[in-house]
Design a binder for this molecule. Structure first.
Ligand code: AMP
Ligand code: MG
Length: 404
């Protein structure tokens, strides 16, 4: 058996980073930025007013009200401004450029003028404000040439807004890795269809395909094939033909008599036992399809094993295809339940954690077939290999499954 870390290293060695494409900033949510965005504009791009009011020279203002001559009207979008001389003010709106000579803005409520759509007055009486009041200075968020967004950042609406503000309309984003999902098993029936005795609904296909998307990949084909080598070969060829970067299979990697993934790919990819529970049998490597090396991640068949293995291996693998490191923060919780854990294997157990307290989601613990229950988990408990039993009241390590 090899450790989880050793196997993860083998998996990450399969990575072949995806192409970079020029993408308009309104597109590409969830993809990964392939360049640092250095500010082409400072933010704000010019000093401007934070309030509707009157731009003034603070040195002109006395302790009580001061009478000033109004020499201009500066709406947002004004491209020229008056120059304020001593004793002068200009009406100014939020976001409009501060006129030369002014160093503060008196908000309209602190003047003798009415707010709103009223004629420009000849004079204004203003209360005292200090220098800098209600002014947003050029470059106070970010200065020209500073890095506004770092390479490796996932593209989100907030990041797109930052990019726009520093002068970008188009950026370089990595393409999502293209993933083929191949479930194997002669017992499988398409979800929602009638099953006969001995058959089960195929739940891994939707699970893996959904996680691929959650982890930043693009599903290019999803198939479920019987345990027949020719069927599996056909599915591999179709995955190659649609340009998959990665093929994720489920089932048929352990020691049974009809392990179709093993039968077809033995000698090409590596089949290993990993010191973890669930998810001991795993396989990974590359296959040559149409003259192209395509990565293969062979997951076990049990649904909870698929779920855990996807979080532990598929998630960092898909991130690495986009030259990103997937963070998976660790914290602790106090368990209210107890269960057994296998000596010599790292256990990943689906848990529901709230307010620092962890509960099992099923009294059968980590049973890898408990497919109807593990959706209730919001974390995985990670129990070290040398622990044989977890008891109520123990503090355990947990990794979140949501909110990342
Ligand atoms: P295997 O690794 O192929 O021996 O499968 C292990 C277990 O997982 C068996 O009980 C299978 O019936 C089950 N299984 C395999 N593939 C799927 C699937 N796509 N959906 C649900 N269960 C599956
Ligand atoms: Mg099988």
């Amino acid at each position: 058996m090899i450790s989880v870390e050793e196997y993860l290293e083998k998996v990450l060695a399969l990575v072949n980073p995806t192409k970079v494409t020029q993408t308009t900033i309104g597109e590409g949510l969830g993809r990964v930025l392939a360049e640092d965005l250095t500010a082409r504009l400072p933010v704000p791009p010019f000093s401007n007013s934070a309030m509707d009011g009157f731009a003034v020279r603070s040195a002109d203002l006395g302790e009580s009200v001061t009478h000033l001559r109004v020499v201009g009207d500066i709406p947002a979008g004004a491209t020229a401004t008056p120059v304020l001389a001593e004793g002068q003010a200009a009406r100014i709106m939020t976001g409009a450029p501060l006129p030369a000579g002014a160093d503060a803005v008196v908000q309209v409520e602190k003047t003798n003028q009415q707010p709103g759509d009223v004629p420009l007055p000849e004079f204004v009486e203003v209360e005292q404000v200090s220098s800098g009041a209600n002014v947003r200075y050029e470059g106070e968020d970010i200065q020209l040439g500073q890095v506004a967004v770092e390479r490796g950042q996932v593209w989100t609406p907030a990041v797109a807004a930052a990019a726009a503000s520093v002068g970008y309309g188009v950026v370089r984003l990595r393409e999502r890795p293209r993933v083929a999902v191949l479930a194997t098993g002669s017992e499988l029936v398409h979800a929602g269809e009638k099953i006969e005795f001995g058959q089960i609904p195929d739940s891994n296909s939707v699970l893996i395909a959904g996680l691929v998307q959650e982890f930043g990949g693009e599903v290019v084909i999803t198939e479920s094939v019987a345990d027949e080598p020719c069927q599996f070969r056909g599915a591999l060829e179709r995955a190659g033909a649609v340009g998959a970067d990665l093929i994720v299979t489920s089932g048929a990697v352990s020691t049974g008599a009809f392990e179709v993934v093993r039968q077809v790919l033995d000698g090409q990819i590596e089949f290993v036992k990993v010191a973890m529970q669930p998810g001991k049998p795993q396989a990974c490597g590359t296959v040559n399809l149409d003259g192209r090396d395509v990565a293969v991640l062979g997951l076990p068949g049990n649904p909870v094993s698929v779920f855990v293995s996807s979080w532990v291996y598929l998630r960092p693998l898909l991130a690495a295809f986009q030259e990103r490191q997937a963070k998976w923060p660790e914290s602790t919780a106090v368990t209210e339940d107890g269960w057994k854990s296998p000596i010599g294997r790292l256990q990943f157990i689906p848990l529901h954690v709230e307010n620092g307290k962890a509960r099992q989601i099923h009294s059968l613990g980590s049973g890898s077939h408990l497919v109807a229950s593990f959706h209730k988990a919001n974390a995985l408990g990670v129990i070290p290999a040398d622990v044989e039993r977890v008891d109520p009241g123990d503090t355990i390590v947990i990794r979140p499954l949501k909110g990342l």
